[in-house]
Design a protein. Structure first.
Length: 169
């Protein structure tokens, strides 16, 4: 009888810690699996670009106007990039790239936070708001070449754009 009581007391002492560790480990594993499953769709969204059928100077003026109108989502960066907010003002960064007569708007970098690259929601907003502003100015907009983002380890990890698919040989 005493052995049973001692066993219950010992189990009561060790069981809560073991349960916490087990639950935390299971939760972390499930969180990582969920983040991995979302990463593909997030990269698909971040890899989409738009082509503004206008010279870079005109496209820059248009995009800068959109960015200034929505300071809680976007931040003009000193190097000419556009910061896309998740938590910080530059969790993702978009840039304009001239292709001669046209200008491509694309994501060039995204921080990985909570297991996945960030910026998809506001990136979609930037593309749609830029497209709407371009239509008001009579500038044609089309879907651009896909960009592949490649993960670079660090704290936090960063996803960086490689060449758009249209430029690869």
């Amino acid at each position: 009888m005493i052995a049973v009581i001692v066993a219950v007391v010992v189990a009561a002492f060790f069981l809560p810690g073991w349960l916490r560790r087990s639950t935390r480990t299971t939760g972390e594993r499930a969180g990582r699996a969920e983040a991995r499953s979302r990463t593909g769709s997030v990269l698909e969204e971040l890899g989409s670009t738009i082509v503004l059928h206008a010279p870079e100077r005109e496209a820059r003026d248009l995009v800068d106007g959109v960015v200034r109108q929505h300071p809680r989502m976007f931040t003009p960066l000193d190097d000419g990039g556009i910061g896309i907010r998740f938590v910080d003002h530059d969790d993702a960064v978009a840039r304009l790239a001239s292709t001669g007569d046209d200008t491509v708007l694309q994501v060039v970098r995204s921080r990985e936070l909570m297991g996945a690259p960030k910026g998809t929601e506001f990136w979609g907003e930037l593309r749609s708001r830029t497209s709407a502003a371009a239509a008001r100015r009579g500038i044609a907009v089309t879907a651009g070449p896909r960009v592949t983002l490649v993960r670079h380890d660090g704290t936090p990890a960063v996803w960086v754009a490689s060449k758009p698919e249209a430029e690869r040989s």
